[in-house]
Structures are given as C-alpha cells and as structure tokens.
Design a protein around this ligand. Structure first.
Ligand code: G3H
Ligand code: 13P
Ligand code: ZN
Length: 342
C-alpha cells in the first residue's frame, strides 16, 4: 500500500471518534518501533519528521525507510507528515520528496521562534494549501504559539503567552482551507512542560472545547502531548541520567481532547525517553557490550511499548483495516471540487 493521505486517516478517526498519535522519527529503529506497535494493535499510523529529522537523515534515507515500512507492513495505512514546516519552501520540498501531509507552522516566523502576525500566517498557510491540495497532500496549520525553545519550534516562553483565540481560529480556517488545525492550549515541546501535575485548568481544556464547538468539523491537533511518565524518567536517572523533576500532559486530558475534536496527537519526547532509558540500562549493566544491536534492540522494544500503549489509549487500535486508502490523485480531485472561500 503506498503512503496515504493524512486527511483520510483523520476523517476516518472523526467518524470513529478516536485520536491518532503522530510520532516523530529520525532513524530506522524508530520507524520499526512504530510499525511493529501498529501491527500489534492494528492501528493506522502517522509518522512525522521535523526539519531536523530531515537534515539528520539526509531526507532521502528517511523517505526510503518509509517506503520500506509500507512494503514490510502493507496492511497498515501509513502517513508521512512534515512536522513544523517553517516556511512554504520547506513544505514544497517535502511534497516534492513524497510526504503525503505537511504542517505549515506560520504561527512563528521562519526562524521558528518569533511569533508572526495573523496576516503572515494566513498568507503562508494558504499558499501551501493551494500547492499541496493540487497534489492531494494534506495540510496542517497552527494558530497560537507553543512554549518551549530547545527544538526551535516554540516561542521560548511558558506556553501561556500566545494561546489560541477561538474567534481567530474560525477566521483562520475559513481563510486558509486547511485540513487540520494545531492549537496552543498551554502545552510546550520537550520534557520540561510543567513543574507539577497539570489540571484541566492548567491545560486550558475549556478553550479547546470552545474551539471545537465553533469548528465542529475541523480536525484539531494537540502538539507537545508527551506525558513524560515518571517510570521512564526513573529508568534514565537510575542508570546515571540527570533529568530534573517534571510533568507532561496526562493521558486523561488527551482523552478529553479526543472527545472534543482532537484527532492528531503529537508525541516525540516520550519515545526519546524510552530509547535513552533502555540504552543507558544496557550500558550500565553490561559495560562489556559494544555491538550497537545489543542496545538498539532493547531501545526499539522500549519505544514500541510506549507507542503501542498510546495507540490503545488514543483509540486508534483496531482501526487499521476499517477503510481502503484513497489515492492522492482522488484526494486532489476532491479538493479541486471544493475550492477555498476567498
Ligand atoms: O516538534 C518537535 C519535535 O519534537 C521534533 O523535534 O526538531 O528536535 O526534531 P526536533
Ligand atoms: P512532545 O515534545 O511533547 O513529545 O511534543 C512533540 C510535538 O509536538 C511534535 O510536533
Ligand atoms: Zn509540535
């Protein structure tokens, strides 16, 4: 089965009222972990690559690993999505490469940290929608800015300074014709999101619910959705790591989001923690090992466990074979039949 349209996967998720995890990858082992978890749980898959991941893998390695994934796991509908495209040009190069979905993150300027104007965001996103939809490729946009800075996709603030305004979200969707909308509800990227367990108020769930009420047919995306579980932190610290105490987004809040229009949930950090913990454990317990497979295999297994758990918690488990993939060509024809309102 070729790589599939993210719009189709999210439309199906909306019909079935479940969410789909979007997991970041940089290498073969991470792709294998996700595909194995998908086979085990019978889940559709969204795999996403940041600009950093594309640079790390020289782009083509990652693309061909994804083609290998579709060959080895032909029963799994699999999307390849660009995470946080910083400019229309970055999105165009991903489309050219064969990504079936792109995120134009016009909430920030191309430097990935300076909040942009609403007008800039509309213009950049709309430009990407026009080019992507002509090829049947899905577009995610973002309104409001996330916190965090270490990955270059956040304001560097606490995540509270640029929350999504529901009225602006409505205007943005209408003006751009996008397929999925990333919103800012006080989450941030990375391991250090909250200094104590966040409540629904800390997380601005009421705002999410309000956005869904105003945009009931739009697929919402929750970025910065790692839960940063204590057990994964503990393994790292037990084997010589130095993580400071921290809290992520509780799974029950994500599940409340899924009941209110969230269809795509972005997770990277939890998998990074799982991999690092497993590798540290081998290094600490078997210092004589030097075959990379002796630590990459447990790392792959640890990430697979986290992904399979999230697939079950988000509700996508069991839905891999509910539908037949629609070709990008058919998607392009569908988009052409519904042009964006001016
Ligand atoms: O959005 C952030 C993801 O965790 C990707 O991070 O830019 O370090 O690859 P990265
Ligand atoms: P985490 O850092 O919480 O895993 O967020 C990942 C993300 O939002 C990727 O776009
Ligand atoms: Zn993100």
């Amino acid at each position: 089965m070729p790589l599939v349209s993210m719009r189709q996967v999210l439309d199906e998720a909306a019909k079935g009222k479940y969410g789909v995890g979007a997991f970041n990858v940089n290498n073969m082992e991470q792709i294998q972990s996700i595909m194995e978890a998908a086979r085990e749980t019978k889940s559709p898959v969204i795999i996403q690559a940041s600009r950093g991941a594309r640079a790390y893998s020289q782009d083509r390695f990652l693309y061909h690993l994804m083609i290998a994934a579709t060959e080895v796991y032909p029963e799994i509908p699999t999307v390849l999505h660009l995470d946080h495209g910083n400019s229309p040009e970055t999105c165009f190069s991903a489309i050219e490469m064969g990504f079936t979905s792109v995120m134009m993150d016009g909430s920030l300027m191309p430097d990935g940290k300076t909040p942009s104007t609403f007008e800039y965001n509309v213009e950049a996103t709309r430009k990407v929608v026009e080019a992507a939809h002509a090829k049947g490729v899905t577009v995610e946009g973002e309104i409001g800015c996330l916190g965090g800075i270490e990955d270059g996709h956040g304001t560097g603030l606490d995540g509270l300074s640029h929350l999504t305004d529901p009225g602006q979200a409505v205007e943005f969707v209408k003006a751009t014709g996008l397929d999925a909308l990333g919103i800012a509800i006080a989450t941030s990227h990375g391991a250090y999101k909250f200094s104590s367990k966040p409540t629904g108020e800390t997380l601005k769930m009421a705002r999410l619910i309000e956005i869904h009420k105003r945009l009931p047919d739009v697929h919402l995306v929750m970025h910065g959705s790692s839960s940063v579980p204590k057990d994964l932190q503990d393994i790292i610290n037990q084997y010589g790591g130095k993580l400071k105490p921290t809290w992520g987004v509780p799974v029950e809040e994500i599940q409340l989001g899924i009941k209110n229009g969230v269809r795509k949930i972005n997770v990277d950090t939890d998998n990074r923690l799982a991999i690092t913990g497993a590798i540290r454990k081998v290094f600490a317990e078997k210092p004589e090992e030097f075959d990379p497979r002796s630590y990459l295999k447990p790392a792959r297994e640890a990430m697979k466990k986290v992904v399979a758990l999230r697939m079950t918690q988000f509700g996508q488990a069991g839905h891999a074979n509910d539908y037949k993939p629609i070709s990008l060509e058919t998607m392009a024809n569908r988009y052409a039949a519904q042009p964006v309102a001016v």
